[in-house]
Design a protein around this ligand. Structure first.
Ligand SMILES: Cc1cc2nc3c(=O)[nH]c(=O)nc-3n(C[C@H](O)[C@H](O)[C@H](O)COP(=O)(O)O)c2cc1C
Length: 240
């Protein structure tokens, strides 16, 4: 099984999202998968300009010459595409949205009805199953409401399946090295590793593990207090 991750955080390797991705991929690798972790922030990806060359002039091929030319074939050659993104204004990052828009060469102009009777474009290149990994700054899991719907719609749009979703509220502590957070973070990473293994072996994350992944890393009140202290000190340091 080949898994490819596209990480849409501007923080790339240093991102909280990447902490999640690395633990997940470790589990997938241990279960026998080949994995690739790509940081979109390091790639040149211009926004789609809606010229429709990829449908009308050079089917499947985008007119814009940038790094998407190497990324799309990697995507088609995988069994699972992971969209990894922090939550920005209740949505994916701009980097990720640009990337997803530029996947339009996978479709063609003709319409088809899906099983629910709703139109979509036919796909010329098969988009593999997709998955989401995301984290956000606020502590509640409810902040992912938009992403939950969005990725269902994207899977429908791209004529594929949403294999799994991992959302982490209160993600700002994921890169924290303090001794008090060591145990909760180790525990969370072990769950992520397990999720990587289950995806490879079973094609999905079990209900039991999903429930565990949704639990807060630390009590909400502690997280909020920590965030307030962090910003108070950062503002003081900035002379505000
Ligand atoms: C422009 C911007 C918008 C954000 N919007 C939200 C938001 O709507 N909800 C939220 O909980 N966190 C929001 N955050 C916080 C990030 O999701 C959070 O810092 C996350 O841990 C960043 O992950 P990363 O290190 O993987 O980039 C926002 C951060 C930025 C910079």
């Amino acid at each position: 099984m080949k898994i490819i991750v596209f990480n849409g955080s501007p923080q790339a390797e240093k991102s909280h999202t990447n902490v999640m991705v690395e633990a997940f991929l470790e589990g997938a690798r241990e279960a026998g998968a080949t994995v690739e972790n790509i940081f979109l922030a390091h790639k040149k990806i211009h926004p789609c300009v809606a010229c429709f060359s990829c449908w009308l002039k050079t089917p499947g091929k985008c007119a814009i010459q940038d790094d998407m030319a190497e990324l799309l074939p990697l995507c088609y050659a995988s069994d699972l595409v992971v969209f990894a993104t922090p939550l920005y204004v209740d949505n994916v990052t701009g980097i990720m949205k640009n990337f997803m828009d530029r996947m339009i060469p996978a479709a063609d102009p003709y319409f088809e009805k899906d099983a629910g009777g709703e139109c979509r474009h036919k796909t010329t290149s098969k988009v593999p199953r997709i998955m989401v990994i995301s984290n956000c700054g606020f502590p509640e899991q409810s902040h992912f409401q938009v992403l939950k719907l969005l990725f269902r719609r994207i899977a429908r749009n791209m004529n594929t399946e949403l294999a799994a979703e991992i959302y982490r509220g209160g993600g700002a502590i994921l890169t924290d090295n303090s001794i008090t957070l060591k145990l909760p973070l180790l525990h969370y990473k072990s769950l992520l590793r397990k999720a990587g293994g289950e995806i490879v072996k079973d094609g999905k994350i079990s209900g039991d593990l999903q429930q565990k992944l949704e639990k807060p890393l630390i009590p909400e009140s502690l997280y909020i207090r920590g965030a307030e202290t962090y910003f108070r000190e950062a503002l003081k340091k900035a002379g505000r």
